[in-house]
Design a protein around this ligand. Structure first.
Ligand code: DON
Length: 588
C-alpha cells in the first residue's frame, strides 16, 4: 500500500490548478428580466466544477486532494481519506494545515447517521481569565496572537486517531505515510505559499532564533517552485505513524513541544497533553426550504449562527430578489448584524458555559429579533444588542476546509486551523511544526475585539481547559433524506456568512456548486459596523443604493475559500474548489 501511495505521490504535478480568472467586466443586463435586482448578475470568478461518478475530494492543495483521492481509489473510505488529507495538509499547506491546531468534523454516514467531532484546542491548565491583560487591565498587544503564550493545547492528532479507530478501514500507517513521504522528499511551493512565508519572515526570525526550514538558509525570499523539505516534521509524523496518539502527546514529540513552550514562556505542559481529548458531539440540525442542515454545535458559534440566519431568511423571497441584489444584500446584512450580536453575548464552550441553544434557535425569538428591521435603512449596530429574552426559553489566511465523499456515500466536512496564518509563528524546535495561536479566539477582555474584530464577554472568557469559541462551520445538507451537498471555508468570523451564502446560492439561486463558490461574497458581523465585501460583489448601482440606506463598505480582498461537493440529481458528484486559493477538486 505504501509503495502505491509513494508512486502516486511522486508524479503529482504542482501548479496544475485549473486556471482562474477574476472577471473585471461590468455585469451584463439580462434583457428578459423585469426585475432590476435579478438582472444585475454579480461578477464572479470563472473556475470550472469537476465531476465524478462515485467519489470526490476538495481541499486547499492539489497534493492533499490527490492523496485523498488515492486513498479512496485503493479502498479507503471518507474517514481514511480525512486522516490522510489532514496530515498531508500539515506538510503541503503549513499556513493552516496542521498537527498542532484544532478543528471540527461534521460527518454523514452512507446510512444517514450523522456525527461531529470537536477537536478544538483547549486553554492550558495554567491559563487564566486575565492572562493577556497588563496590571492596569489593558490588553497587551500581540500576546494572544504571537509567540508561545498564544497557543492552546492541540487537538488534531487525537481527533485523527479517534476518527480512524471508530470509522477507518485501512491501516493507520498507510494513511500517515503519504504525508511523511512528501515532508521528506519536499513540496514545491505555489505562488501563494511562497508569498505567505515571505510575509511572516520577520516573525519567523524573531520567534525561531535558532533556525527553521521555513526560512531559506540565505534568508532570501521564497519563490514559486522552490522546494520545501521538512525533515523534522517527517520524523514527527513517523512517530505518529508508529505510535498513534502517543507519537504526538507523549514521548519525543511531547518533550520537544513542552521544551519549546518552556523556552518561550508558553503554558502548555505534559499534563495538558495527557488530558486533551477530542469530543464527539451531537450535530445541530435545522431546516431550510425543505432541506435538512446538519452542522457544528458549540464551541462553534458558526452552526448556531447559520441556523439562526437561515431561519430568519426563509421567510424572505431571496430567489425573486436575486443574488447580491440590493434587497437581498440589505436583508442579509441586517440579519447577520443581529445574529452576530447574539454570538457576542451567548456563545462559548458549552462544557463551561450554559449556552441557551433552545432560546437562540426558537422561531418566535428569531422573528422578534427583526422587529426593528427596516427594508429601507440600515439599523446602526449601536442600536442593536443581543436578544434580551433568550434565557426565558429555558435550558436549553488562516484556516482550511476540505470536503470528501467516498464511493460508499459517506461524507466528511472538516474545517481545521492554527488560527492566524502559520499560527503563533513558533516552530517547535526539532519537531518542525507550527504551533497555533488559538488563545486569541477567547474574549481576552469583555468587549475587546479579537484579530477578526469579534467581541465577547463572560461566555467566552478564558478558563483553564475551556475551548475557545470558533466560527468554523463545516456543514452537510440533506434533501429528502439523502445527501445533497457539503461545504465549509476558512475566513475567521466571515466563515459563517460564507457558508450561509454558499447554501443560499445553491438552494435559493439554483446555482451549481461551482457557481455558488465563484460568486462574490459580503459579510457583516455586528461590530465593526461595516459590510466587508469582495471587489465586484455588487454593481455600482446596488452599492450606491445600499450606501443610501446607511451601509458602509470595506473592500477586504477575498472572503473565504469554500470547498463544496454537490450530489446531482443523477447521483453524480460535482466538486467545487474555491478559485480564491490553490484549492483543487479531484473526483472519479
Ligand atoms: O476558529 C475560528 O473561528 C478562527 N480561529 C478561524 C481562523 C480563520 O479562519 C483564519 N482564516 N482565514
Amino acid at each position: 500500500m505504501n509503495t502505491i501511495f509513494r508512486a502516486s505521490v511522486s508524479f503529482l504535478i504542482l501548479g496544475a490548478v485549473t486556471a482562474t480568472t477574476l472577471s473585471g467586466q461590468q455585469p451584463e443586463r439580462n434583457p428578459f428580466s423585469q426585475n432590476s435586482a435579478v438582472s444585475q448578475a454579480p461578477q464572479g470568478y470563472t473556475k470550472e466544477g469537476v465531476f465524478g461518478h462515485k467519489a470526490m475530494v476538495v481541499s486547499a492543495h492539489p497534493l492533499a486532494s490527490q492523496v485523498g483521492a488515492e486513498i479512496l481509489r485503493h479502498g479507503g473510505n471518507a474517514f481514511d481519506a480525512t486522516v490522510a488529507v489532514q496530515l498531508t495538509l500539515a506538510v503541503v499547506f503549513p499556513v493552516a494545515g496542521n498537527i498542532s491546531g484544532g478543528g471540527f468534523i461534521v460527518a454523514r454516514m452512507a446510512n444517514g447517521k450523522t456525527v461531529t467531532l470537536d477537536f478544538r484546542e483547549a486553554a492550558p491548565m495554567l491559563a487564566s481569565r486575565d492572562m493577556f491583560l497588563d496590571s492596569a487591565g489593558n490588553v497587551i498587544p500581540r500576546l494572544s496572537t504571537f509567540g508561545h503564550k498564544a497557543s492552546g493545547v492541540p487537538g488534531t492528532v487525537d481527533a485523527m486517531v479517534k476518527l480512524h479507530k471508530q470509522y477507518g478501514k485501512l491501516p493507520w500507517k498507510a494513511l500517515v505515510q503519504p504525508a511523511i513521504d512528501i515532508a521528506r522528499n519536499g513540496v514545491f511551493l505555489t505562488v501563494r505559499e511562497a508569498e505567505g512565508l515571505n510575509e511572516v519572515r520577520e516573525s519567523l526570525e524573531y520567534y525561531n532564533p535558532g533556525k527553521t526550514y521555513f526560512l531559506k538558509p540565505n534568508k532570501s525570499p521564497w519563490k514559486a517552485g522552490d522546494k520545501l523539505v521538512q525533515e523534522d516534521l517527517a520524523s514527527t509524523l513517523e512517530r505518529i505513524r508508529d505510535k498513534g496518539r502517543d507519537g504526538f502527546y507523549k514521548g519525543k514529540t511531547a518533550e520537544l513541544l513542552v521544551a519549546e513552550m518552556k523556552r518561550g514562556g508558553g503554558f502548555i505542559t505534559q499534563k495538558d497533553l495527557d488530558a486533551y481529548s477530542a469530543k464527539w458531539r451531537t450535530p445541530l440540525r435545522g431546516s431550510y426550504r425543505g432541506h435538512t442542515i446538519i452542522t457544528m454545535p458549540p464551541p462553534s458559534a458558526g452552526g448556531v449562527g447559520l441556523l439562526q440566519m437561515l431561519t430568519i431568511l426563509e421567510a424572505q423571497p431571496l430567489k425573486e430578489w436575486g443574488v447580491n441584489s440590493e434587497k437581498t444584500a440589505h436583508c442579509m446584512i441586517e440579519v447577520e448584524r443581529r445574529v452576530y450580536a447574539d454570538r457576542s453575548e451567548y456563545l462559548g464552550d458549552p462544557d463551561f458555559y450554559n449556552v441557551p441553544m433552545k432560546g437562540l434557535l426558537d422561531q418566535q425569538y428569531l422573528r422578534s429579533r427583526m422587529s426593528n428591521y427596516s427594508p429601507d435603512k440600515a439599523t446602526p449596530s449601536t442600536e442593536i444588542t443581543y436578544g434580551k429574552d433568550v434565557r426565558s426559553f429555558g435550558s436549553n489566511d488562516q484556516t482550511t476546509h476540505f470536503s470528501i465523499v467516498d464511493p460508499e456515500g459517506n461524507a466528511v466536512a472538516l474545517t481545521t486551523t492554527l488560527n492566524g496564518g502559520y499560527g503563533s509563528k513558533v516552530v517547535v524546535d526539532g519537531g518542525g511544526f507550527f504551533m497555533n495561536n488559538e488563545m486569541d479566539d477567547f474574549s481576552v477582555k469583555p468587549g475587546a475585539p479579537n484579530m477578526f474584530g469579534a467581541i465577547g464577554g463572560e461566555a467566552n472568557a478564558i478558563q483553564a481547559r475551556k475551548r475557545m469559541l470558533s466560527s468554523m462551520t463545516p456543514t452537510i445538507v440533506e434533501k429528502d433524506g439523502k445527501l445533497s451537498f457539503l461545504l465549509g471555508t476558512p475566513g475567521g468570523t466571515t466563515i459563517t456568512t460564507s457558508v450561509l451564502q454558499g447554501i443560499i446560492n445553491i438552494i435559493d439561486h439554483s446555482m451549481t456548486a461551482q457557481q455558488a463558490v465563484n460568486t462574490k461574497r459580503f459579510h457583516h458581523q455586528y461590530v465593526p459596523d461595516i459590510v466587508r465585501v469582495e471587489h465586484g460583489t455588487f454593481t455600482t448601482e446596488v452599492e450606491t443604493a445600499l450606501q443610501q440606506k446607511g451601509h458602509t463598505f470595506r473592500n477586504i480582498g477575498t472572503i473565504g475559500k469554500l470547498d463544496v461537493i454537490l450530489r446531482r440529481a443523477d447521483g453524480s458528484l460535482e466538486g467545487a474548489a474555491d478559485p480564491r486559493g490553490d484549492d483543487m477538486a479531484i473526483g472519479f
